[in-house]
Design a protein around this ligand. Structure first.
Ligand SMILES: C[S@@+](CC[C@H](N)C(=O)[O-])C[C@H]1O[C@@H](n2cnc3c(N)ncnc32)[C@H](O)[C@@H]1O
Length: 178
């Protein structure tokens, strides 16, 4: 009995170490946000506000379980996700495959700070408030064509949204001047 208790304690300690290491990896080393999925109703509103459709290529920065990719792909958009959590990459790829949307949705195991925006017409974001200024700087540097960016819960502090619906904000980013 005591042996089982030690085993359980050992397991819980191992789990705690893995979770803490993962948080340090995401929040410090990769400068990111923890996994907290956008509710399905908000996904629908994000795609509606950004008028995502078959003419679009949508990039989700930190694509989680792939729900935004799947919903946009179902509207006919080509979708690309950047994600660093291997379990979520596996899960989202599995869900995309189950939905037979492999040709419409791709998930890269890569930090979104290294995202390639060249194909993007729509970018979706659900991150943390302290990342928004840095993300704005990245987009202003990288974008060289117009994109619609829609963010859930947290707006860019230094920009006024073109539109918003409750806590969902739409921005138009224009080509950078460099
Ligand atoms: C708040 S969740 C949003 C998930 C999804 N976009 C949604 O709206 O349901 C943030 C996601 O970003 C991922 N993430 C955090 N930092 C990242 C980084 N630097 N590069 C790629 N993904 C990252 C997390 O693993 C998590 O899945």
């Amino acid at each position: 009995m005591l042996y089982l208790l030690y085993l359980l304690l050992f397991f819980l300690l191992g789990l705690a170490i893995v979770l803490i290491a993962y948080q340090i990896y995401i929040n410090v080393l990769q400068l990111g946000a923890i996994y907290y999925p956008t509710p399905d109703s908000a996904v629908t509103q994000m795609l509606k506000l950004s008028r995502t459709g078959p003419q679009d290529t949508l990039i989700d920065l930190g694509s989680g379980d792939g729900r935004i990719l799947l919903a946009a792909a179902r509207l006919g958009a080509v979708t690309i996700g950047y994600e660093i959590n291997p379990f979520l990459i596996w899960l989202s790829r599995h869900r995309i495959h189950q939905a037979k949307l492999d040709k419409m949705a791709t998930v890269y195991w890569k930090s979104f700070w290294q995202a390639d925006f060249r194909q993007a017409t729509v970018v979706t974001v659900y991150l943390l408030p302290h990342l928004m200024n840095r993300l704005q700087r990245l987009l202003e540097k990288e974008i060289n064509h117009p994109i619609r960016l829609v963010t859930n819960d947290y707006p860019f502090r230094k920009l006024s949204p073109a539109k918003h619906y409750h806590q969902i904000y739409l921005y138009y980013f224009k080509a950078s001047l460099h």
